[in-house]
Design a protein around this ligand. Structure first.
Ligand code: FDM
Ligand code: MG
Length: 211
């Protein structure tokens, strides 16, 4: 096992287009880490359970309209309201596996035409992921999997733009994962990369800040 008693937990983020397989891969990864004796929690952003999260959810389901800049800041604030809890969990030695983070925040808003640097600014100072696993798939292939739920951004043409913006966000923590492989092959890669980073964090790797 990776050891449950020494250093901090790892901040692991899964990113990608809608229908790239993030949510099932996150769930499988969290269960796997648990079997390895790694204290772990699976999180997601947006966190729709908070007051801000409920405003976001109603925007995404097209029940409300909001200015593009305003909704961008709301998504960011939804991460900030979780900042101290994230930091506390990591410090306690709990690894967080998070479905979407600041990368989705910037990619989706920039795809609407907001300036990339403006979109990144409110993320500055949030805890930086130790590992970003980007599930790489074309928008066409993701759409072909069906099951777009009808939320605001779940449209092929828009997802193509989002993919172009994701490409501009590769940083030191970023790892591309070929998401056209089988679910099991993807999970194998994700497990290997995750165990490595969990061990590094456990043995003293410093928690960084965005961006
Ligand atoms: N999304 C997600 C954003 O536009 N900004 C953000 O900061 C985040 C975290 O919200 F279309 C978009 C991405 C997606 C939608 O996400 C809801 P889920 O994972 O489908 O719930
Ligand atoms: Mg969705």
């Amino acid at each position: 096992g990776a050891g449950a008693n020494a250093g901090r937990g790892a901040l692991i983020v899964l990113e990608g287009l809608d229908r790239s397989g993030k949510s099932s891969q996150c769930a499988q990864l969290a269960s796997f880490l648990e079997t390895q004796g790694v204290p772990v929690e699976a999180w997601r952003f947006p966190d729709r359970t908070t007051a801000m999260g409920q405003m976001i959810s109603s925007y995404l389901s097209c029940q409300t309209s909001l200015d593009d800049a305003a909704i961008h800041l709301l998504f960011s604030a939804n991460r900030w309201e979780k900042r101290s809890l994230m930091e506390a969990k990591l410090k306690e030695g709990i690894t967080l596996v998070i479905d979407r983070y600041s990368y989705s925040g910037v990619a989706f808003s920039a795809a609407k035409g907001l300036a990339l640097d403006w979109c990144k600014a409110p993320e500055v100072g949030l805890p930086a992921p130790d590992l970003v696993l980007y599930l790489d798939i074309s928008a066409e292939m993701a759409a072909g999997r069906g099951g777009y739920g009808g939320e605001r951004y779940e449209k092929l043409e828009f997802q193509k733009k989002v993919k172009q913006k994701f490409k501009l966000l590769k940083d030191a923590a970023w790892q591309n994962v070929d998401a056209t492989q089988s679910i099991d092959s993807i999970q194998t890669v994700i497990r290997e990369e995750s165990i490595k980073i969990v061990n590094e964090c456990n043995s003293g790797r410093q928690l960084m800040q965005m961006w």
